[in-house]
Design a protein around this ligand. Structure first.
Ligand code: FE2
Ligand code: FE2
Ligand code: FE2
Length: 209
């Protein structure tokens, strides 16, 4: 009987040891993955903000005033994304830091192409991956700010593509663009009562030209 018990106890102890690594889910690592992702996104948004302002100046010098206005509107949105990411980083115990690289300014046509590439990458690859990780970690604040950015980047990609397709009509004074100060959603016309992305009232929108 004693021999049986010793054998059983030894087996149970071994099973516990084997199972231990699977049970010990590295919960501390999950927020840090989200934190790393938010830092990457903060750096990306901060650089996009600076890059688009440089692209706007170039568009103005080439006479593409309407493209310049669009770049300034998107720059404002990226700034809002960076601020939202910074707040989420702070909630996770981090400090947002960005290294602003000199903007690679080319012709307005090329700048639009580069902007489309950047927005498309964020919309289709970066933000979906970061969202997946944040959802898995249950980081609701991170999910919200990443989602706001992803939704706005999709609109930026559309607006830039439209501008590129009609570049010969983009000379002259900039029309008004409207940017949601909560989520960065960017539109040409405010034909809604609530922001389609964050559902705050349309009074949260500011005009950018
Ligand atoms: Fe953004
Ligand atoms: Fe964007
Ligand atoms: Fe919004």
């Amino acid at each position: 009987m004693l021999k049986k018990c010793i054998l059983f106890c030894a087996f149970a102890a071994a099973a516990t040891l084997i199972a231990a690594p699977a049970v010990a889910v590295p919960s501390a690592d999950r927020p840090s993955q989200t934190l790393d992702n938010l830092m990457t996104a903060y750096n990306g948004e901060s650089n996009a903000h600076a890059r688009y302002l440089a692209f706007a100046t170039k568009a103005d010098t080439e006479g593409y005033g309407k493209v310049a206005g669009l770049f300034r509107a998107a720059a404002r949105a990226e700034e809002i994304h960076a601020q939202n990411h910074a707040a989420a980083i702070a909630k996770l115990g981090g400090v947002a830091k960005a290294v602003i690289a000199p903007a690679d300014v080319k012709s307005t046509k090329e700048n639009l192409e580069a902007a489309i590439q950047g927005e498309t990458y964020e919309r289709d690859t970066m933000y979906p991956e970061f969202l997946k990780a944040a959802r898995a970690a249950g980081e609701k604040g991170a999910v919200q700010t990443l989602n706001y950015a992803k939704t706005a980047e999709a609109e930026h990609a559309k607006l830039y593509q439209e501008a590129l397709n009609n570049l010969d009509q983009m000379k002259g004074e900039s029309p008004k663009y409207y940017v949601c100060t909560v989520c960065g959603y960017t539109v040409k016309v405010v034909d809604f009562k609530k922001c389609p992305s964050c559902f705050n009232g349309k009074d949260k929108y500011v005009v950018v030209t």
